[in-house]
Ligand binder design. Structure first.
Ligand SMILES: Nc1ncnc2c1ncn2[C@@H]1O[C@H](COP(=O)(O)OP(=O)(O)O)[C@@H](O)[C@H]1O
Ligand SMILES: [Mg+2]
Length: 455
């Protein structure tokens, strides 16, 4: 029998920005030339460090940033680094400008939804709970009252133990379902909310820790205090989570809910009215100190793809009290604003919106910077590259684009493999470059020898 250890799947997948781990700033706010996977682009990174501080001190909501720079200068990478600096509790919602164009949903609706995905709410609640390690779990069955076959569960007996004492509870069958959903067994530490009956598994009691060494489990100590007590629970949700949760149809005992078992449950629409209601409740919670607003980051890449309707909407949305920090990125210079009769504007963004933005430029990289970035990428992808080949790749990166040079790594590796090597030579890179054109060469071919292409 072979036993393979499953590695953390995050490490296995290599995406375009896997090597980026943060902004790589020192404590005094200055950028290390090479840190956290980031190379160069110091000014932009330092500017982003200030933005991160502003966001953390909640002084940035309703404002917006724009990254402007040529393709492959690290705009998306920096936006990602901002989200990493903010930590996992702050929502980060990335989208591309063209996502708003859908035949089914209104453009402003798409924007609104993403806005709400980027606004977090931390809810602190003191709840009455039953908490403890499960000592017994016995479903009690009865004959099905409707006749027919099989038995139904009438109630569940559950024993909970804490440091201070034990309690036996008799629970509703509906709670048994959530117990099964959480895959709870004897020896687990759980809590049950007294009002809603929601069951949450905290982990496995550490009394069982020596039982299976191989198990990837989180062991928790036996809870202190009584079984029945008040407990402060912290929940992180986004406004969009609240919208969705409240838009779900509540099933009643009518014909439609019977049908619902056969048809896919239809999602009710999230209406403006529903959102207003939710905002009202949220604002009330904030006033009462139950909830805290956590404005996150909405990243809109390729912002020049938005049209004038969207921009007008954004102007208004940014002024709302419930607004995230919006980060735009574009690689366009002067171009016409979509949806207008050729109004030319910088980055294709109307001047009134442009006026609200803090603009951060990303500059092209030097040969040496490109070389270091490619070295980091090769390491992330687990490739060995000869110095010769690296220098050549850096040259290619300078002449074409950084992204193209990074993308050549994988095919060059295949060339090396074909030639029976584990190390990438300069020749492999050249061969790969002959097979895959960069955008400039490709553009040259289509403009020079138009034959064969449909124009
Ligand atoms: N300064 C940098 N340090 C390390 N990697 C970088 C840097 N800038 C860009 N990259 C990497 O180069 C590639 C292209 O950058 P990307 O952020 O997608 O560019 P843009 O969004 O500006 O077109 C990505 O794989 C990115 O992670
Ligand atoms: Mg990008």
């Amino acid at each position: 029998m072979r036993i393979a250890e499953v590695k953390n799947s995050r490490e296995q997948r290599i995406a375009a920005h896997s090597h980026i781990k943060g902004l790589g700033l020192r404590d005094d706010g200055y950028a290390e030339p090479i840190a956290s996977g980031f190379v160069g682009q110091e000014q932009a990174r330092e500017a982003c460090g200030i933005v991160v501080d502003l966001i953390k001190s909640k002084k940035m909501s309703g404002r917006a940033l724009l990254f402007a720079g040529a393709p492959g200068t690290g705009k998306t990478a920096i936006a990602l680094a901002i989200s990493q600096e903010l930590g996992p509790k702050v929502p980060f919602c990335p989208m591309v400008g063209s996502e708003v164009f859908s035949s089914e949903i209104k453009k402003t609706e798409v924007l609104m939804e993403n806005f709400r995905r980027a606004i977090g709410l931390r809810i602190k609640e003191t709840k009455e709970v039953y908490e403890g390690e499960i000592t017994e779990l016995t479903p009690e069955e009865t004959e099905n009252p409707l006749g027919g076959y099989g038995k139904t569960i009438s109630h569940v007996l559950i024993g909970l133990k804490t440091v201070k004492g034990t309690k036996q509870l008799k629970l509703d069958p509906s709670i048994y379902e959530s117990i099964q959903k959480e895959k709870v067994t004897v020896g687990d530490v759980i809590y049950i909310e007294a009002n809603t009956g929601a069951v949450k598994r905290v982990g496995r009691s550490d009394a069982y820790a020596t039982e299976f060494d191989l198990e990837a489990e989180e062991y928790v100590p036996l809870p202190k205090g009584e079984v029945h007590k008040k407990k402060e629970l912290i929940q992180d949700v986004t406004l969009h989570d609240l919208d969705v949760a409240n838009a779900r149809p509540q099933g009643g005992q009518d014909v439609m809910s019977m049908m619902g078992q056969f048809m896919k449950p239809k999602k009710t629409e999230i209406t403006d009215k529903l959102r207003k209601e939710i905002n009202k409740v949220v604002n009330k919670y904030i006033d009462q100190g139950i909830a805290e607003l956590v404005p996150g980051v909405l990243f809109i890449d390729e912002v020049h793809m938005l049209d004038i309707e969207c921009f007008t909407y954004l102007n208004r949305a940014l002024e709302s009290t419930l607004s995230p920090i919006v980060v735009f990125a574009t690689n366009r210079g002067m171009c016409s604003i979509r949806g207008t009769e050729d109004i030319i504007s910088p980055h294709g963004i109307p001047v009134d919106l442009l006026d609200r933005l803090l603009i951060i430029r990303t500059l092209p990289y030097t040969l040496e910077e490109i070389r270091v970035i490619i070295t980091i990428r090769a390491k992330t992808e687990g490739l060995t590259v000869q110095d010769d080949a690296l220098n050549h790749l850096a040259d290619v990166g300078l002449k074409t684009s950084l992204r193209y040079a990074i993308q050549l790594l994988a095919p060059a590796n295949i060339m090396a493999k074909i030639n029976g090597r584990d190390e990438i030579f300069k020749g492999d890179v050249e061969e790969a470059g002959d097979l895959f054109l960069d955008s400039k060469r490709s553009a040259k071919i289509v403009t020079e020898e138009n034959r064969g292409f449909i124009v």
